[in-house]
Design a protein around this ligand. Structure first.
Ligand code: ATP
Length: 297
């Protein structure tokens, strides 16, 4: 017997970052949109906990207990007083270390899958609590759709979205470490009084109306300067995507994936061709959002 859960990637249509707190974390106002690039996490009973992974980036995924999917399963098992003896298989399509919350997706997926496999009957709130312990992006992977995350990003308010948005993602060679990007953000903002992060009225209104042009005007990412500082070549990808017809280009989360909002599927194809043709990315992927969160398939 096995259970498979499909979990989407995310793009941040707004990522507002406050100054470093005494504990080193940053307060965020984070507007997440789940997009249709998916990992599939399958769990089945086994003699001991083990993780396997397939997909183009599989070699970069840790297969030990640091894997977020393994950590999720261990947390659920501990809570229900049982052994975490499952084989977790991840079919990975979300770029690794790309700022698209791939690891978080696998954590949420494994949790939902084991909950179903074991019939724990955990409530949605319990699952969300475990997700928040795993990482600030994990609760959103469970919920999907669109949401505003505050605090470290883990307190979620679901947002209504009035339409579908088309995106192109330029997958860069190699990843960027999220802690390194926050470290660079702190360095760039040394001595600067960083304002409290607040959700942008423009972003929320554009999502609610489903207006891609308005969203293009409003998208922002406070980590973009730090990601560009660590990886200056991302500026070329942003320029090629916008010159190729994107309504807006932005670094996705902590990068190095760059995300381009486009008017429709046809424009998306053109932007993807321009990005690949210019050689500024390893691959270009098109996807539409919002899509639902973690779901048993
Ligand atoms: P975020 O957008 O949440 O900052 P990300 O998309 O930049 O995350 P991930 O793909 O989640 O990055 O991977 C970040 C690191 O986490 C990887 O380099 C890897 O070492 C580790 N990791 C742990 N579990 C997983 C997993 N299941 N899949 C991918 N990476 C994982």
């Amino acid at each position: 017997m096995s259970v498979t859960v499909r979990v989407p990637a995310k793009v941040n249509v707004q990522l507002a970052v406050g100054g470093a707190r005494p504990d080193g974390f940053h307060d965020l106002a984070n507007v997440f949109l789940a997009v249709g690039l998916y990992d599939e996490v399958t769990v089945s009973p086994a003699d001991t906990l083990r993780v396997t992974c397939e997909g183009p980036d599989a070699s970069q995924v840790p297969l030990d207990r640091t894997n977020l999917a393994a950590r999720a399963v261990e947390k659920l098992a501990a809570r229900y007083g049982r052994r975490a003896d499952v084989h977790i298989h991840i079919a990975k399509d979300i770029p690794v270390a790309g700022g698209m919350a791939g690891g978080s997706a696998d954590g949420a997926g494994a949790l939902v899958a084991c909950d179903a496999l074991w019939g724990t009957g955990a409530s949605r709130d319990e699952l969300l609590e475990i997700c928040a312990e795993l990482g600030s992006d994990v609760p959103f992977s469970l919920v999907g759709g669109a949401a505003l995350g505050t605090g470290r990003g883990e307190r979620l308010r679901v947002l209504e979205v009035g339409g579908s948005f088309h995106w192109v993602f330029a997958v860069a060679d190699g990843g960027l470490s999220t802690p390194a990007v926050y470290g660079e953000f702190d360095r760039l903002n040394e001595g600067v009084s960083v304002p409290e992060p607040v959700a942008s009225g423009g972003v929320l209104a554009a999502l609610a109306s489903g207006d891609a042009s308005a969203l293009a005007e409003a998208v922002s990412n406070d980590l973009q300067a730090a990601a560009l500082s660590l990886r200056p070549s991302l500026a070329s990808a942003l320029a090629v995507g916008v010159d190729g017809g994107a309504l807006a280009g932005i670094v996705s989360g902590s990068g190095p994936t760059t995300a381009f909002l486009v008017a429709d599927a046809e424009a998306g194809g053109k932007v993807a061709d321009a990005l690949v043709g210019a050689g500024v990315c390893r691959a270009a992927r098109v996807a539409v959002g919002p899509v639902g969160g973690a779901v048993v398939v």
